[in-house]
Design a binder for this molecule. Sequence first.
Ligand code: TXA
Ligand code: MG
Length: 326
Amino acid sequence: METDHEPEKIGSSRRTLLTRSAAEAAAIIRRGGVVAFPTETVYGLGADAFDENAVAKIFEAKNRPPDNPLIIHIGDRSQIEMLAEEIPESAAALIDRFFPGPLTVVLKKKDAVPSIVSAGLETVGIRMPGNEITSAFLKECGVPVAAPSANISGRPSPTDWRAVQEDLDGRIDCILQGEATEVGIESTVVDCTKPVPEILRPGAVSIEELRRVVPAIRASDLDADEAAASPGLRHKHYSPSAAVVIVRRGSEIDDLKDSGFIGLESSNSTAAKALVCSTPKEYASKLFAFFRECDRAGIAKIYCEEVSEEGIGTALMDRLRRAAER
Ligand code: TXA
Ligand code: MG
């Protein structure tokens, strides 16, 4: 039964509320609704992690395969105990150093975490975002919030609220309008359930930074079998409609007239859409928005310059390779 006070059902005829109020957005989560919210990495699409019906609406709105687990976002470290069965020493050290921040730790889950969130796995990814509006929102929610990135599955993650609107308007209850995200690519996901923690997805926290805390940590050099450990890696990701082509740094491209170009060298700045960045960090922060901008302009091919795989460059190259897969 639906009353006036219940969040609206998913459906293209329904309206998505836009708000700048973390309290208003959090109230919708508490009533079982689905809300997009900013984080320091990308926008997430959240629901009360303990409310299976609410979480099911996330999968429906995004058209997300049900075998891809969601990260649970917390506003307070004490919430980890509600979710995780145990916290190994390495995980405790990572949490100490990187929470709040763009790191997700995968831990053995408590039974109370619904299996729809973990996609049937015995583990759960947990992260505590670092920016102010997210933290205010999560505190107001009062419950842990399960959230994938707030895009239609397979599309580039949204780095501003308009990108969320572009994909999900009418399909979700609310968008909490914050600033464009700072980092622009997703959190680093580390599996802490193994004796030696392993990076399942490179991200905003670099392996160099992680190794300063847990020197033995393994890089994500996943072969096909291992990739099964992170179900998300089986699925196509981060792709604009345009074809993505990775090119060597400084290479000069011939057919630029109707194409896009993003990179660090200015030699290709005559492309129909060109974005020359001064650092890999800037490149990472603007990549997904650039993909969307090229799609809006009807560009068929985007050339992306490679960067060296260190620091944020590792995550950036991971996203470029996945976007280039067809
Ligand atoms: O920065 C981020 O991580 C953003 C913001 C919104 O927090 N979230 C995000 O969520 O990127 P999503 O669902 O788009 O990507 C989460 C990744 C997926 O590859 C998923 O398979 C993996 O994390 N993951 C989540 N829970 C997992 C688990 N229990 N075991 C292994 N991998 C897990
Ligand atoms: Mg995603």
